[in-house]
Design a protein around this ligand. Structure first.
Ligand code: GLU
Length: 393
């Protein structure tokens, strides 16, 4: 909200409007009893926060992670509002989450948890009300369970209630790689302004999940040498550039982890952030660039694949160093943009080609970048504050 306040002060909106944009519309907390495989019963705490529904039904993912709590979900919900507004799609913002460790749960346990969460949110979700999607710890499989449980309750197939579904259940082509693809469009747009030639540029990508691995692969495809990648097992550095395809193959054969990946030297996640590369893509989670380490960042450009990777207090240090930051609410908006296309396709009952989806998504990202860039010149502010200004307007 600190960045929001800064943008609001520049725009001078009324106090009434300020509170309408600040206070979440609805905050739901539920207890979810789930039978575990060993026969015991555990009760998980789940959340859904609808921050805003001014521009349309609220939109946002569901996070399964041990660190999930109401405050985090509330922040992520607000970011969704600004994100949808920046890319100009007719959605408000929301976020959901369950405090749990999906890595330590069986598929059956996760399924029962997802179904219990859906039942608890039957009055919250709806294709014209609130539309969930994947986030950290969830993916197409969980969205399929959600759609099935919701459809059972309604007595008909309702595929538009959730996005990020498997293709056979009304998912969209291009959705899986959409966030990473948008990150790449944002990175290339910024590099163009900075006159950095992608074929001579280097990058480091933190996080090798649905955002980081696709961003790394697509940056590589556009000529950038990706010298380092990482996941929770640590960082992997290769001065000649990481073979991203090999890293993806290794991860997929190794239970989703890069642990033991041989094509690189092992470094820490912390070391990755301070590498002397042109482009740094934090694509893991919030608050990784903070007061403590911002001074050691050497990249010229930061493109925020994750939500909230730079803490508000680190912004000043990064700006003073002259590092350009493409903020999260712009840089990672490609995912929700293709979610929107998925919802549109579900509602018209017709599937678009991958080519059409990619063209429209790339154009949406490029237009949003240009809007934010112009606002940053007009108001003489960082791209981050400019993105909030565009969203609030
Ligand atoms: N969880 C993703 C995000 O943070 C996607 C949300 C969506 O597609 O609704 O942007």
């Amino acid at each position: 909200m600190q960045r929001f306040d800064t943008a609001v002060n520049l725009l001078g909106i009324s106090e009434e409007m300020y509170y309408i944009l600040k206070v979440p519309r609805q905050q739901v907390i539920v207890g979810l009893p789930v039978t575990m495989d060993d026969g015991s019963l555990r009760v998980f705490e789940g959340y859904r926060v609808i921050h805003s529904n001014i521009l349309g039904p609220s939109k946002g993912g569901i996070r399964f992670d041990p660190a999930v709590n109401l405050d985090e979900v509330r922040a992520l919900a607000a970011w969704m509002t600004w994100k949808c507004a920046v890319v100009d799609i007719p959605y408000g913002g929301a976020k959901g989450g369950v405090a749990c460790n999906p890595r330590a749960m069986s598929a059956g346990e996760i399924e029962r948890l997802m179904r219990a969460y859906t039942v608890a949110m039957l009055d919250v979700f709806g294709p014209d009300r609130d539309i969930p999607a994947p986030d950290m710890g969830t993916g197409p499989r969980e969205m399929a369970w959600l759609m099935d449980e919701y459809s059972k309750a309604k007595g008909m197939t309702v595929n538009a209630v959730v996005t990020g579904k498997p293709l056979v259940l009304g998912g969209s082509l291009g959705r899986t790689e959409a966030t990473g693809r948008g990150v790449t469009v944002a990175a290339l747009s910024a590099m163009e302004k900075m006159r950095i030639n992608p074929y001579r540029a280097t990058a480091a990508v933190q996080g090798f999940g649905n955002v980081g691995s696709f961003a790394a692969a697509l940056l590589h495809e556009r000529g950038v040498s990706v010298k380092a990648v990482s996941d929770i097992s640590g960082g992997y550095y290769n001065d000649k550039g990481i073979d991203i395809e090999a890293a993806v193959r290794y991860r997929d054969a190794n239970k989703g982890s890069l642990d033991g990946f041989a094509g690189a030297e092992k470094i820490s996640n912390e070391e990755l952030l301070s590498l002397a590369v042109d482009v740094l893509v934090p694509a893991a989670k919030e608050d990784v660039i903070t007061d403590d380490n911002a001074a050691s960042v050497q990249a010229k450009l930061i493109v925020e694949g994750a939500n909230g990777p730079t803490s508000a207090s680190a912004d000043d240090i990064i700006n003073e160093k002259g590092i350009l930051v493409v903020p999260d609410i712009l840089a990672n908006a490609g995912g929700v943009t293709v979610s929107y296309f998925e919802w549109v396709q579900n509602r018209i009952g017709y599937g678009w080609t991958l080519d059409r989806i990619n063209r429209r998504a790339d154009r949406a990202m490029k237009d949003a970048f240009d809007r934010v860039y112009s606002a940053s010149k007009q108001y003489k502010v960082s791209l981050r504050i400019a993105a909030y200004i565009v969203a609030i307007k």
